[in-house]
Design a protein around this ligand. Structure first.
Ligand code: MRU
Length: 346
């Protein structure tokens, strides 16, 4: 796919593709302080649940590398990790990646050895988080491949593709694997209001990869389904509760209900790092509320801007994960499979 949307600079800082400028411009930026990484994540320059975890881990490493030895204390590291973890509350991958970085810090501090060793421990852990995500995306693609028949049209929402991960994406991974296997597959991408990740980002990366993609406005989803143009829906997730309830980009819940009403299978694709077994149901998932300047309305009118919604698991046909396809009853299958047991019926 050859997408350089995140990378290390030669001196170990985070370099990223600023997704707010896509598709018009491919603008790359560098972030070498914790504040700069937080700004990039909050402004959605870097976005998508797995990618923000990876970018925060790399950004933390670069920010640590820049400090003088005496400034790089346990307190500085703890505070930096906590601030980064709190930047976007819904995507559990971010706090999961930061918990790993906190452990890597503790490990390096226990071993002693000074700044150089500490920074190299952080860098190794950040790179592992990235590499593991890339492998999980590939495994999701392979697990989801049998669900994509020849000439299938997949509807997706927001962007859960390569731009949102360290690999080939989550929702788009089965599409890319099908395309690589010379299966004819096409995508309908919902626009995704208010920030248009579907129209700007999903359409951009699929076009670049040679996968046919058709953009629709969010309000067209029902009519397009009713016309029989959609074989299956696949979305990503920011957090999946122990009972299979799914938090994802605002509008996902509506699409799931529409798919159910039209008898279209609705799948959610995510790596194990998106599952939060400590949250029993979707009602326990924190929902990020974003600034009202993102909503275009009349002066004097009020607005609401929840960035995510929760799809009750009853609308989810199956979960496509790096550990295989998880089917209902989710209260049994999700905890068992995500803890590492084998899939039912094996
Ligand atoms: O606000 P965003 O653009 O970060 O939201 C992204 C999504 O909702 C994705 O579907 C989700 O993070 C999964 S990305 C593999």
């Amino acid at each position: 796919m050859n997408l350089q949307h995140i990378s290390w600079t030669t001196d170990g800082r985070l370099r990223y593709l600023d997704q707010t400028h896509l598709p018009q411009q491919e603008l790359y930026r560098e972030a070498d302080t914790v504040d700069a990484v937080i700004e990039a994540v909050q402004a959605l320059r870097v976005r998508g649940a797995p990618l923000i975890g990876i970018a925060a881990a790399m950004g933390l490493t670069g920010a640590a590398a820049r400090l003088a030895e005496e400034e790089l204390t346990r307190d500085w590291l703890r505070r930096a990790v906590d601030r980064l973890a709190a930047t976007r509350p819904t995507a559990v991958n971010l706090s999961w990646a930061m918990a790993r970085m906190r452990e890597a810090c503790d490990r390096a501090l226990r071993e002693g050895g000074g700044k150089e060793q500490l920074v190299s421990g952080l860098r190794a852990e950040a790179q592992r988080i990235w590499d593991e995500d890339a492998a999980m995306c590939r495994a999701i693609g392979e697990a989801g491949l049998p669900l994509i028949e020849e000439r299938a049209t997949v509807m997706t929402h927001c962007n859960a593709g390569a731009l949102a991960t360290g690999g080939i994406g989550t929702a788009l991974a089965p599409v890319y694997v099908a395309h690589e296997s010379n299966r004819q597959v096409a995508v309908i991408s919902t626009e995704t209001r208010p920030l248009r990740q579907g129209a700007r980002l999903t359409a951009w990366e699929l076009t670049r990869a040679g996968v046919p993609v058709t953009s629709i406005v969010d309000g067209a989803a029902a009519a397009v389904m009713a016309q029989g143009r959609v074989n299956l829906v696949i979305t990503g997730a920011d957090r999946i509760a122990a009972n299979g309830d799914v938090a994802n980009k605002i509008g996902t819940y509506g699409l799931a209900v529409l798919a159910w009403a039209h008898g279209i299978p609705f799948y959610v694709a995510a790596p194990y790092s998106t599952f939060d077994l400590s949250t029993a149901t979707g009602s326990g998932i924190p929902i990020e509320q974003r600034g009202l300047e993102e909503i275009d309305t009349a002066r004097g009118a009020s607005a609401l801007n929840p960035a995510f919604d929760v799809t009750p698991s009853q609308y989810v046909t199956a979960l496509i994960t790096d550990r295989g396809v998880i089917e209902p009853p989710y209260t049994e299958t999700v905890p068992r499979i995500i803890r590492g047991e084998r899939i039912t019926g094996d």
